[in-house]
Write a protein that binds this ligand. Structure first.
Ligand SMILES: CC(=O)SCCNC(=O)CCNC(=O)[C@H](O)C(C)(C)COP(=O)(O)OP(=O)(O)OC[C@H]1O[C@@H](n2cnc3c(N)ncnc32)[C@H](O)[C@@H]1OP(=O)(O)O
Ligand SMILES: N[C@@H](CO)C(=O)O
Length: 178
């Protein structure tokens, strides 16, 4: 198999020697990238065997890391997940390049079978933030710890609170009014 550039970018975000021994959050990211590549294989025995191995590892790694990252989600290169556990990413979620998640983050629906978030590039999402429904979190956004994001967050903005309010946009408006 050729080099996986997305995985290489993930590894760069971990920026340490032997990250597999130091941070279990890298295990589901590794499996996610492998799973995406398996889905791209030509149909046949090799793909069937690889898929069976993928699913065998999936529940083990999900349980050991506390991170649910299905291969059907779309995640750009350079994903970084800080710390352990309770990270749940919906199977239809979209996450851009170079995003940072922390423990406790949910990216999912507001109701069963509802729409799911689309997160842009370079998003920085604080611990236990919940991003729910068909919202768009723009490029370069920051989401505060424990926030519940139920609305779109414009590019570069910061959202905090439950439900989340946009504080960076408020500041821009205040600066313009001064
Ligand atoms: C082991 C570990 O360390 S794990 C690391 C865990 N850390 C995280 O997850 C970091 C997440 N970061 C945050 O939540 C930060 O507070 C940020 C990124 C939202 C801060 O953004 P800033 O633009 O610097 O905001 P600033 O600190 O100036 O606060 C602005 C307002 O937002 C409020 N605010 C900041 N963070 C939050 C939050 N998480 N939830 C609710 N309100 C918040 C502040 O109280 C302040 O309110 P006010 O204007 O009414 O006084
Ligand atoms: N550097 C870490 C703190 O442990 C983070 O950003 O979550």
């Amino acid at each position: 198999m050729s080099k996986d550039e997305d995985w290489a970018a993930d590894l760069r975000r971990y920026a340490m020697r032997r990250p597999f021994l130091k941070e279990q959050s890298i295990w589901p990211i590794w499996l996610y990238r492998r799973g995406r590549r398996i889905d791209g294989m030509a149909p046949g025995l090799g793909r069937r065997l690889a898929t069976a191995l993928y699913w065998s590892l999936y529940r083990v790694i999900e349980t050991a890391s506390g991170i649910t990252l299905p291969k059907s989600a779309r995640v750009g290169p350079g994903l970084r997940i800080w710390h352990f556990g309770n990270v749940i990413i919906h199977s239809d979620a979209v996450i851009g390049a170079n995003c940072t998640l922390r423990h406790g983050v949910t990216i999912g629906t507001r109701e069963e079978n509802g729409p799911v978030p689309v997160i842009g590039d370079d998003a920085d999402i604080g611990a236990y933030a919940q991003i729910l429904g068909g919202v768009r979190v723009g490029n370069g956004c920051r989401i505060g710890a424990m926030s519940v994001v139920l609305c779109d967050v414009p590019d570069g903005a910061t959202a905090v609170g439950a439900p989340a309010r946009i504080i960076a946009a408020r500041r821009d408006a205040a600066a313009g009014a001064a």
